[in-house]
Write a protein that binds this ligand. Structure first.
Ligand SMILES: Cc1ncc(COP(=O)(O)O)c(C=O)c1O
Length: 310
């Protein structure tokens, strides 16, 4: 369990079971019941826009501090393609290494009244000397984010995610909430059976496509063997790929999904790790992995990695 999980008592709200999006009236009802000290929004695998104003209003109604962790979407917010939690939210946090495209670090913004407590909690509460080199790199990332090219980057991330989502849906695959408004999407593999995310993660990795297994709403399987896969477009966008490339990548992902998400996860817990290991070892010999993997390698080499190839 993470430190925040030990320090705070978390009570989770869920997305609507059918629409798979946030239901603000249910969140409000739960907030009235629980009377939380903090009402937190900002997620790791939510493909839709978040109404931060509504979350703030609910927090104020029940006497809670409103807090947004905008780590995933801070680049999209700066680029103007996702609504901002400023200036109304009480406390906003962000890492700087996701869509903001900076070094691994984080920032905390807050209203004046919380400043002293938060400053003290960071130093001497949790941290010692500052990492000046990282702070300099954050400054560079923020300067980059002010440029018109960054806005174009943010816009293209969303266009690319939507093109990828449409391709996957067009290929007959199911996405949580049917698509995306932001940089990511969640592939629902339940139609193939429970717990298939890890097999698809490994198969795509063997073909040089990086995704991660991810729990989905109402997942019938445990978090370590979840029934979904999370895909995102920021890295591909940074390499200069656009909608046409997303269609091609989406087709490769669909072919590999249909082949490998069929793989059954043993019901007996103790047999699962061995099943995954055997599966992963068999991949390099699989003709489809060899064929698509070679195509992916050739294709990717046409798109330089900024800072490495350029
Ligand atoms: C919403 C959100 N906030 C914060 C983090 C923390 O990021 P890291 O562990 O890279 O510092 C993550 C990580 O995925 C995240 O998804």
């Amino acid at each position: 369990m993470s430190l925040s999980g030990r320090v705070f008592k978390f009570v989770h709200y869920e997305v609507d079971a059918e629409k798979e999006i946030l239901d603000y009236s249910k969140i409000a009802a739960m907030a009235w019941e629980e009377k939380p000290k903090i009402l937190l929004s900002g997620f790791t695998a939510y493909p839709r826009k978040i109404d931060f104003q509504k979350m703030h209003d609910i927090a104020k109604e029940v006497g809670a501090v409103s807090m947004v962790d905008m780590s995933h979407i801070s680049g999209l917010i700066i680029g103007g393609v996702h609504p901002s939690p400023f200036p109304f939210t009480d406390v906003v946090t962000t890492t700087t290494h996701k869509t903001l495209r900076g070094p691994r670090a984080a920032m905390i913004f807050c209203k004046e009244e919380y400043k002293e407590k938060i400053d003290k909690a960071v130093f001497p509460g949790m941290q010692g000397g500052p990492h000046e080199h990282t702070i300099a790199a954050v400054a560079v990332a923020l300067a980059e984010a002010q440029k018109p090219e960054f806005k174009k980057y943010a816009e293209q991330i969303v266009k690319n995610a939507q093109a990828l989502a449409e391709t996957l849906v067009g290929e007959g695959l199911r996405l949580i909430s049917g698509g995306t408004d932001n940089h990511l999407m969640l592939l629902d593999l339940r139609p193939f059976g429970p717990g298939r995310g890890i097999f698809l993660e490994k198969a795509l990795e063997a073909a040089h496509i990086t995704v991660n297994k991810n729990p989905i709403p109402n997942d019938p399987s445990p978090p370590y063997y979840p029934s979904g896969v999370r895909l995102g477009t920021p890295a591909l966008t940074s390499r200069g790929m656009k909608e046409d490339e997303m269609k091609l990548i989406g087709k490769w992902i669909a072919v590999l999904t249909k082949e490998f998400a069929k793989t059954e996860m043993p019901e007996e817990k103790e047999k699962r790790a061995a099943a995954v290991k055997d599966f992963a070892q068999s991949l390099s010999r699989h003709p489809l992995v060899k064929e698509i993997g070679a195509e992916v390698k050739k294709f990717a080499s046409k798109f330089p990695v900024p800072g490495i190839d350029q």
